[in-house]
Design a protein around this ligand. Structure first.
Ligand code: CA
Length: 469
């Protein structure tokens, strides 16, 4: 950090001098580099020549602006000149940025689409393909079933890794601005990988969002976390399943994974359960048992799980399956901070371990349109409940407000926003209809396929509290 500040200071100092193209950032050698564009007029001038000429003004402006920041972060000008030559934004990346299926589908549909008998069978077969699993489990404490779940979710066991040029994708996202800080950070990390010679630009391919290889690590995670799982001297997450899976295990380990503990367990709740406890306190299974919460399969808790604080969630409300989430659930969310994603990985892992289906099946959910969700948030706000700024994202705050409202109305206070709840909220906040008015049929005036708002970089949830370490 201190070093970065110093470099930024040097950068700013250098900007005062009209002919300095780059700040005196670390440069590997006095390698020849293109001479700065001669400027005929003396006096204060822009210190950096735009490195691209894509024809897209926003992109070229961003690139010129980014150049000194990259140099300050340790990227040699020669590297930048080479990698930015002829660079243009990728129109596919901008389009995809707004469509992540896990955030626009009801959670139950998402899980049902992921945890399928076909995937179960492939996962069971795939475990035989990685002779290094014993070594990986011993090194990081993460069971192979969880890693198989991640492998399945991230790339279909290596089949779908993405063919996007990661440098171009990150430059596109950075230039668009919505995820600039994230994208520039990852772009710099990608340039560092290239500059180090570990992998070439052509080898750095991945998803539109910069996730690379069989377990889809973003460049900064690759730099900090990727490891050599097959001990051949390279950490090739694209071509070596062992490298990709060991790297994923390392990421979970660094995210607080605790060997031997469950990731979550389905539980059953007693009649009259106080649903305000969902998404609330972290209690041990023994403390939950005192409230009537027991394992749904009727088995006792393991000695290892018994003292571990766990959070109760009912992702599809009181009528769907209920889980106690252990710290390992939150370690999975270091991969992708989405409850749905982490449930999918964990439930796949359970199937690979030979566990049967959930005791309580997923209910049929009615998809809510953006208008439905906004209507509910505005109604809660009008009734005095704090939902933050109504944005159509049903996050922790909205669910907490909904629970309090449900409790005050004598409803099942599970914080689940169903269409019935949207209608009740609307009825409560709409002025009384004139006697001649047609009977209200509910507020769902927008089409059910209305595009939801794009998720934040951290996913649709407000970040959970970090797992206890
Ligand atoms: Ca290797």
């Amino acid at each position: 950090m201190r070093r970065r500040h110093l470099l930024l200071f040097l950068l700013l100092a250098s900007c005062a001098s009209p002919h300095v193209k780059y700040p005196p950032a670390p440069q590997p050698a006095p390698a020849p580099r293109p001479a700065p564009t001669p400027r005929p007029t003396p006096g204060p001038v822009t210190p950096v020549t735009p490195p691209t000429a894509s024809g897209d003004i926003a992109f070229d402006t961003w690139a010129a602006d980014f150049y000194p920041r990259a140099v300050a972060a340790g990227i040699a000008p020669a590297t930048l000149d080479r990698e930015f030559a002829g660079l243009t934004p990728d129109p596919r990346v901008g389009n995809l940025d707004n469509h992540q299926p896990e955030f626009s589908k009801p959670l139950s549909d998402y899980i049902k689409g992921v945890v399928t008998p076909g995937r179960d069978a492939i996962g069971v077969r795939k475990r035989a393909d990685v002779p290094q699993f014993d070594f990986i489990e011993m090194s990081y404490g993460v069971p192979r079933e969880i890693l198989l779940g991640i492998w399945a979710m991230e790339s279909g066991f290596g089949a779908i890794q993405g063919d996007f040029d990661v440098v171009r994708s990150m430059a596109t996202l950075a230039a668009q601005g919505r995820r600039r800080a994230f994208a520039e950070h990852e772009l710099i990390a990608a340039l560092k990988i290239i500059q180090s010679g570990e992998f070439s630009r052509a080898q750095l391919h991945g998803s539109w969002a910069g996730a690379m290889g069989q377990t889809q690590l973003i460049p900064s995670s690759f730099l900090s976390t990727a490891v050599d799982g097959d001990l051949d001297g390279k950490r090739d997450i694209w071509n070596s399943p062992a490298d990709a899976l060991a790297s994923a295990a390392n990421l979970l380990y660094k995210g607080g994974w605790k060997a031997g503990q469950s990731w979550a367990r389905e539980v059953s709740t007693p009649a009259g359960f106080d649903w305000s406890l969902s998404e609330g306190p972290k209690l041990t299974p023994l403390e939950w048992a005192a409230k009537g919460v027991v394992r749904a399969d009727g088995l006792p808790w393991t000695d290892i799980d018994q003292p571990v604080p766990a959070q109760l969630v009912a992702p599809t409300g009181a009528r769907g399956p209920v889980f106690l989430l252990f710290p390992n659930h939150f370690a999975i969310r270091k991969y992708n901070n989405s409850l749905a994603y982490a449930l999918a990985v964990g439930l796949l892992a359970d199937r690979y371990s030979g566990m049967g289906p959930l005791v309580k099946p997923w209910p049929q959910e009615t998809p809510l349109s953006l208008a439905d969700r906004m209507t509910a948030q505005r109604a809660l706000a009008a009734l005095g409940y704090d939902v933050g700024a109504p944005d159509g994202v049903v996050g922790l705050k909205t669910r907490a407000a909904l629970r309090t409202w449900q409790q005050a109305r004598g409803l099942t206070a599970d914080g689940y926003l169903s269409l019935a709840m949207v209608q009740k909220l609307t009825a409560e906040t709409q002025p009384p209809a004139a006697p001649t008015a047609a009977p209200a049929t509910g507020p769902a005036s927008a089409p059910a396929d209305a595009v939801p708002p794009a998720p934040s970089a951290a996913g649709p949830e407000t970040a959970p509290s970090p797992p206890p370490r």
